[in-house]
Design a protein. Structure first.
Length: 238
């Protein structure tokens, strides 16, 4: 299993993480597919995505919105990609249409075949067991305008993910409180940081904070990349 969680930031913030992602494919010129959180004006986000990875020599890109009818031939090409990227946006809306389109099953099969799945912000949250971290803190959360009540998601890892984290009491109060209800770690990442899952190991790129059972810990604050054994550190990946 190969997954990459992006917190956010611009293309310069993520330059090194982008290269790490591409290296996971083992190919010089991997093919990438971009799935936006919604189709409206997603062409602009796709253009930025292309510009971001073109700097690394990537030349093959596919744009694949899932909240509008799509062609089955295009779906087959997307699933032949080396990397599929789930973009940021409204997590609730994205989850609704991942389910409605049947893409969750396809994405899990894609991973099982050795494909690399990446998620930015909302896209990363969708790779975890539940999307509850999209709902707080009150001053910085997604709105559940689509009124979904089932918050279960792809369940690819046994931890939860909080993107766009800022190291402040305003965030920590809610994160500490929420972590007290969990039996798994909650990783909070500032923009420019990332988590890389490869087989049964987890790597942290840039600063990362772990909230677990009411306590806050710094996982990695200075080193550009640090690797942990998933089993030695109690992460217990599937």
């Amino acid at each position: 299993m190969k997954l990459v969680f992006y917190s956010g930031g611009d293309r310069d913030d993520n330059f090194d993480l982008d290269q790490i992602t591409l290296d996971l494919t083992g190919k010089m010129r991997p093919k990438m597919a971009f799935i936006p959180s919604w189709s409206y004006e997603s062409e602009y986000d796709f253009k930025e995505f292309v510009d971001q990875y073109s700097r690394h020599g990537v030349t093959q890109f596919l744009h694949f919105p899932i909240d509008i009818p799509y062609d089955e031939t295009l779906l087959k090409e997307v699933l032949k990609s080396d990397i599929i990227h789930l973009d940021g946006g409204n997590t609730y809306y994205f989850l609704k249409h991942l389910r409605k389109s049947g893409m969750m099953k396809h994405l899990k099969e894609f991973i099982q075949r050795g494909g690399v799945l990446t998620g930015l912000s909302a896209g990363g949250i969708l790779m975890t067991p539940r999307i509850l971290t999209a709902g707080f803190p009150e001053f910085d959360r997604d709105d559940n305008d689509v009124r979904i009540s089932n918050f279960k998601s792809m369940n690819l890892v046994r931890f939860e993910f909080f993107p766009h984290y800022r190291n402040s009491k305003r965030y920590d109060d809610d994160l500490i409180r929420y972590s007290e209800t969990l039996s798994v770690p909650l990783y909070a990442l500032p923009d420019g940081s990332g988590i890389i899952i490869e087989d049964h190991s987890i790597k942290f790129h840039g600063p990362c904070y772990c909230f677990f059972q009411g306590k806050k810990m710094i996982i990695n604050s200075r080193l550009p990349l640090k690797k942990y054994s998933a089993f030695e550190n109690g992460i217990n990946l599937p």
